[in-house]
Every structure is written in structure tokens, then in C-alpha cells.
Design a protein around this ligand. Sequence first.
Ligand code: F0G
Length: 455
Amino acid sequence: MPLPPYRIKVVEPIPFLGPEERAAALHAAGYNPFNLRADQITVDLLSDSGTGATSAAQEAAAALGDESYAGARSWFRFRDELAELTGYPHLLPVHQGRAGERILFGALLRPGQICVSNTHFDTTHANVELAGAEPRDLPCPEALDLDSPDPFKGNIDLTALAELLSGPEGGRVGLVLMTITNNGLGAQPVSMANLEAAHALCREHGVPFFLDAARFAENAWLVREREPGYHDWTPRAIARQAFDLADGCVISLKKDGLSNIGGCLGLRDDDLYARCEANLIATEGFSTYGGLSGRDLERLAVGLREVVEPAYLAARAAATARLAQLINDAGVDTVQPAGIHALYLNAGRLLPHLTPAEFPGHSLGCRLFLDGGIRCAELGSLYLGTMDERHRLVTPAPFELVRLAIPRRVYGQEHLDHVAETLAAIAKDPERVSGYRIVSTPPMLRHFKVRLEPI
Ligand code: F0G
């Protein structure tokens, strides 16, 4: 195991509730982990977004943050770092990724247009729709085989993309957006060959080609490990090659910015930049802070350097791969091969006694909390299925998954072992996991506020 290239200097206590306290907490939360209080959770794997630990160097830089309204020193430090990393001539800060999506799509997409992606993240999907356009996912066919060991299951389906661009709907495609890594489909990476081919198709058809680069460093690491020809490259050089191929990017810097908040837009086109900047100033903040404090910008400038360090990426990738191995050895299948920021448990296969209408992924997530104080996110029929007006499932999701997202630099091997051990105990007697039914749901974004009860 590669050693993490850091040691711990500041720690935060984590709570340990007893089984009855956890049962009461989950009941009070309407059996929705989003409604739990964080101080009821022992190992929180709900998200890898904004949940990472900052370094001493980041905090030292933050102490020098310049909070001037316009033209702060911290902005120039952030901008220069990002410009060197990405090569984009125009950069705009935003408070987090989805603000960048809203601004970019508002400026780039017209109502009725299609935005094509390997897979849109959920907020990205929502922001395309809010711009009046249609999000369309074209994942590669290998992605739909959860067990396939194919190294680049994050790729876009190039045949389908070529057909769409040259077919009757081709004129409606306003943007192709590649999500690296593909968070919606198992944290799988996108190969450089796939990016190059998608870029070439977009160039041929005059369609803008952008990256949703929330996990640009982790994608680069997986390219280095898995794609022939890249083994001697630095992760930074691979990431740069990806940015070079695109007309721009939107990045949630809450992931590979190694910070708790932040995002950015990178653009080449002067006109598009001017339109995005005007919207940014009206809705996020002046274009030298975009909703972020000078201290945030400083942390990000340092985080963007730390995240591409090979020793950091090697240790993080190995920790996730080790957890996957432990889980698989215990008889629980995960989407193959393991990515870096998260593992996706195949709850449907582990719990065949539960129908999709009983929400096996949700049931497994609740059991992980009840037995081990672990919080995670369902990615199955509760999140993606369609329901009738009485909240009964009409169309199930294609898979019943549970995402274990791994915050950066936060948990040690013992914490991850605890997750594997809790799952192993569940896998010994899966029939003990019972299903759930919906009690009430909000009109939109069901999974965040839905309330359920055990069957
Ligand atoms: N794009 C991707 C691929 C993401 O994973 C996320 C967020 C966003 C955009 C939006 O960024 O949260 O800064 O507004 N993903 C988090 C997650 C929330 O848990 O996967 P944001």
C-alpha cells in the first residue's frame, strides 16, 4: 500500500451512537439519511464534495487571504494557478460547480437545444433543463455492464455521438459536455483517446466541446494507470492535455480543488466570456471573487497544486481499491473496476429478496447506518425511478446501487475497514435487511427530502 504523503495535525471527534440511538435518529429523520444530523454519524460517506481535509499549507495561505472587493491579491494567485493548470485564457470564479453550470448553460444553450454528455451529474441535468434545453446521456455500452472490467467505462458512446451529430437532430446539439470522471456512472474514467475522438467529432460539426472537470486529477491518475502511452506522464500533464482538447470547462472545486467550497469556469471564446461575466457579476459576485472569500481562493490555489501530486493520488486510489477488495471478498459486488472517489455497491444483487419497489439500495444504506453509523447515498429506484401519485414505483432504475463516496484526506484505513466489516456482517445474513415504502415526497429532487417507513 502506498503511504499517504501526509500526517494528521488537527483532528475532529466523531460520534459513536448506540444501536437504539441510531434507530431513533433514523426514525426521526423519516428514514432519509439527508435528514440526519452530521453529529449522529460515525463514518460519513454521503459525498466527497467539500468534505475533504485542508492542509497546513492551505490554512497558512488562507491566513494571507485578501478580502478586497475587487482585484484582491488572492484572486490573482488563484487565477494564475488555474491558468497554468488549464491553459484557459478566461477564468471566472464561482461559489460551487452548479453556479458555473447555471451561468455557462444560460449563456451557451438556447431553448430546444440538446446538451450531450457521457452522463450529466444531477445538478448538471437540472441546469440544462432550467436553460430550456434537453440533457441527453450517451454512455458507452460497457458502462451498462456493472461487472465488466473495461478500464474506461466513463467514455461517451462515439458511434451514438457521431450518429446524433450527423442525423436529423444534429443541428439541435448546442454542447457536448464530458464529465471526468463519470460520477453518475460508477466513478469511471474517460480515456484520452475518447476525449480526442469526441473533440474531433465536435470540431467537425462545429459544436462546443466542454469538460465537467470536477475530478480532473483523479481522471488523470486513472489514465496514467490504465491507458497505454501515459504511464510516464505526470497527472498534471495529462489533466492539461484534457483541458487543451476542450473549448472550456466547468469545475466544482469542492472535489479536486481540495477545498470545502469553490468552483470555476474556464473559457476560450471572448464573447461567451463577456456574457458569462455579466451574469456572474449579477448573480454570484464581482468577477474577481465570484461568491468566494479571499481565504477560499488562497486555499484553492494551494489545493490545485497538492491534488496533482502523484504520491497523494496513488495513496487515495490504493485506499479505494483496497476497500473495494475487502467488500468484494465479503461477497458484496461493486461496480467494476474501482474508481477513486467512490465505490458503488450492487444492492440489487445483494438483496434479491427485495423488489425495486421496496428500494433495495435505500434499504442497504439504512442498514449501514443502523449497524455501523455509516451514511451513504442511494443511486437506484428511489433516486431515479418514476412514481405514481400514490408514491408507488412505476418505472424502476436500471440498477439498484449505493454510493460510498470517500472524502479526501479524512478517513484512515481503520475507518474504511469498519465500513467493510459492517458490510460483511450484512452480507452474511442479507435477508435481515427489510424494505421501505415512501410516506411523502417533495415535488422536485425527491431523494433529498423524501420521507419513508420500513415495510
Ligand atoms: N459535476 C459533477 C460531476 C459533480 O459530481 C458535482 C457534484 C457537480 C458537478 C456539482 O458541483 O456540488 O459544487 O455544485 N457532486 C457532489 C457529489 C454533490 O456528491 O457527487 P457542486
